[in-house]
Design a protein around this ligand. Structure first.
Ligand SMILES: [Zn+2]
Length: 294
């Protein structure tokens, strides 16, 4: 762990001082980097270690409702890309279908109904203490990402709980991304499927992301997953014509162009375990300040 040469690990720099004004400080880039990493990992545990991407169409869609189909590893890489380019105070959360069920069962438990869900039990969730209702779970995030495909055991309420979560977000005018995987597409075979939910999702922006990053499972990198999971070479990005986004945000484009485009297989650069990338370019905070939920 090297000490920051700019601020000596204080996290801030003296911006100026004279006899008339009190000393002022500005945050050091090392602190901004720490804040961004912390925020990324808060929203989805460990994604600061996900693969680095050069671009993601999802960055332009943080205010939109999305139906995203891609692999788990790819989605984590895209979320990392997005989170590192948003403000460190950007409150996004990725919840699984099991999380939704846990919240829903919590409210049911409070009503003293005797319902058991094996996925929730496996999750080790304290049903009645952690979350009191589905609304409490899905309302606060600025962006809610629903990660389908984690729930394995059948519970007849799963489709309705997913539908309700989506409808709560839509009714509140807050963006929701629903994320399924090529090997578990959200269709009539899916454990959380309902025609109603599908009809809503079909109104959302659709993104099918090609898998570029190394295959992995939720439980770590696994060669097995690439052989047991049929790869989908035919899948291509349906939305967002290639290059169409580059003109939208010239500042981002400038930042990207300042980065090394390709990493040549030359001498390895000192690795910090992170790809620093254009991490320091963050969006300014939104004008309207929202209450922070933790
Ligand atoms: Zn520093």
């Amino acid at each position: 762990m090297t000490v920051c040469p700019k601020c000596n690990d204080l996290g801030y720099l003296y911006a100026g001082e004279d006899k008339k004004t009190p000393p002022s400080v500005s945050p050091c880039t090392c602190q901004m980097k720490k804040d961004l990493i912390a925020n990324a990992d808060r929203g989805w545990k460990g994604i600061s270690h996900a693969s680095s991407l050069k671009q993601s169409p999802l960055l332009e869609k943080v205010d939109k409702n999305m139906w995203i189909t891609t692999s788990y590893a790819e989605m984590r890489a895209h979320m990392r890309y997005v989170a590192f380019r948003m403000n460190p105070l950007w409150r996004f959360y990725v919840y699984t279908d099991v999380d939704l069920m846990t919240a829903w069962l919590g409210s049911t438990a409070l009503k003293r109904q005797n319902i058991f869900d094996s996925d929730v039990a496996m999750n080790g969730a304290s049903v009645s203490l952690t979350m009191h209702s589905l609304v409490d779970l899905v309302t606060p995030p600025e962006l809610l990402v629903i990660h389908l495909g984690v729930k394995a055991s059948r519970n007849s309420a799963t489709p309705e709980v997913l539908l309700e979560a989506i409808q709560i977000r839509v009714a509140q005018g807050k963006p929701v991304w629903v994320f399924d995987q090529p090997n578990q597409p959200f269709n009539y075979t899916h454990i959380a499927y309902s025609e109603h939910a599908e009809s809503i999702l079909q109104e959302f922006d659709r993104e099918i992301l090609k898998s570029k990053v190394r295959p992995s499972t939720m439980f770590g990198n696994s060669a097995k997953s690439s052989s047991s999971t049929p790869t989908s070479p035919a899948i291509s990005s349906s939305a967002a014509p290639s290059g169409g986004l580059s003109s939208i945000r010239p500042s981002e484009e400038t930042v990207e162009s300042q980065q090394p485009v390709e990493r040549p297989a030359g001498p390895p650069r000192p690795s910090t375990g992170q790809d620093d990338g254009p991490i320091f370019k963050v969006r300014p905070p939104k004008k309207k300040s929202k209450p922070t939920f933790r």
